[in-house]
Ligand binder design. Structure first.
Ligand SMILES: Nc1nc2c(ncn2[C@@H]2O[C@H](COP(=O)(O)OP(=O)(O)OP(=O)(O)O)[C@@H](O)[C@H]2O)c(=O)[nH]1
Length: 345
């Protein structure tokens, strides 16, 4: 499915395509971890429940400047490979001399459960800290294991979100590539036709006119023949950019064929379309193009058709009417704009 982007005139990398919503952020993860901390505190009736991660293990900060005393205490200890329970830190050979145990804030109880990544590697821990010693039986140990599993599950969801963001980015870039002409950076034929269809429906429903302009570069073959295809490409790029500068954000410019362009002007009657096409003609003719030291005078011919003149015409018929006008402009000597005329009965 081709999706018509919101900005019609100039497809840029900032154009938002539908379905490009964001995913879970680091801020969301921090909120989830804070929630786990609250659950842990309530569940175990401890002063603190700290979730922390080893450096580089996830988006969550390993340590912050604003960490609490309990967080600083947990961060100062190595993350163990298995569960550790210290009912009274004063009686623990490793912790008794720790400044946060020997001095303020006087930590007594400490229990920690490692968090594991999908490869079973230890990536962090969930720890309980309290200022009173306490017993920590099998049920409590089981519950702490469950809490750790909950955190691990949240992290898995987060990494899936990160994957999803990467896929969305890739998808967006693929979609963009399928809509934009790689050389001229304007809508390609499929995209401009899709835009024309959408705008024609919208204008019809809202009782607005719609006009289109078909444009062809004059004597382009000569440029290719005399200066080579790459020089011809450069001329096309410059012409596309000049044409694009003549339209507004709700109007669309696309490459209809080799050196043929289609401009969709929603809400425009044929006078407006004539003015736009004339502006484009002047923008191309006003300044010559240089290929090295060689100066090239460029010009375009254009044909216009609008639903004001052809109220019941399909989009295909409008294009074909504008095409006829374009060929009349070529016959009239080129470098001019003509509008399609309804046939006389
Ligand atoms: N360099 C380059 N040339 C292209 C591209 N697409 C189409 N062309 C060339 O555009 C030229 C179009 O030639 P013609 O259809 O004869 O038209 P023209 O020479 O512009 O003459 P008029 O339209 O009658 O004024 C052909 O030589 C194509 O090869 C492109 O992407 N790059």
């Amino acid at each position: 499915m081709i999706i018509a982007p919101e900005r019609r005139s100039e497809p840029t990398s900032t154009d938002k395509l539908p379905g490009e919503e964001g995913c879970a952020s680091r801020e969301q993860l921090e909120q989830q971890m804070a929630r786990i901390g609250r659950i842990g505190r309530q569940l175990f009736e401890v002063a603190d429940c700290v979730v922390q991660f080893k450096d580089g293990c996830c988006e969550f900060p390993a340590a912050t400047a604003t960490q609490s005393k309990a967080e600083a205490f947990c961060a100062s200890l190595p993350v163990p490979e298995g569960a550790v329970v210290v009912p009274d830190a004063r009686r623990d050979a490793h912790l008794a001399a720790h400044p946060a145990v020997a001095g303020a804030p006087g930590i007594r109880f400490y229990a920690t459960q490692p968090l594991r990544g999908q490869g079973q590697e230890v990536i962090g821990s969930v720890s309980l800290v309290d200022s009173a010693p306490r017993a920590f039986g099998q049920d409590a140990r089981r519950l702490l294991l469950d809490l750790a599993a909950l955190v691990e599950r949240e992290l898995q969801l987060q990494s899936m979100s990160v994957l999803q963001i990467a896929l969305q980015k890739k998808n967006k870039s693929l979609r963009r590539r399928s809509l934009v002409d790689p050389l001229l950076k304007i809508w390609n034929r499929a995209a401009i036709m899709r835009i024309l269809g959408i705008e024609a429906d919208r204008c019809d429903k809202q009782g607005m006119p719609l006009a289109l302009v078909v444009i062809d570069l004059d004597f382009f073959k000569k440029i290719n023949d005399s200066h080579g295809h790459p020089a011809g490409d450069a001329v096309l790029v410059s012409v596309a950019s000049r044409l694009r500068s003549c339209i507004g954000p709700q109007e669309a410019l696309g490459r209809y064929g080799g050196e043929e362009f289609l401009v969709v002007l929603p809400g425009a009657c044929h006078e407006t379309a004539l003015a736009v096409a004339e502006r484009m003609r002047q923008a191309v003719a006003a300044q010559p193009e240089f290929i090295g030291a060689t100066m090239l005078k460029l010009s375009i011919s254009a044909g216009i058709a609008s639903t004001v003149q052809f109220p019941s015409a399909s989009t295909e018929e409008l294009i074909s009417r504008a095409d006829v006008a374009l060929y009349a402009a070529k016959d009239a000597g080129r470098n001019c704009v003509l509008q399609a005329m309804p046939r006389r009965a």
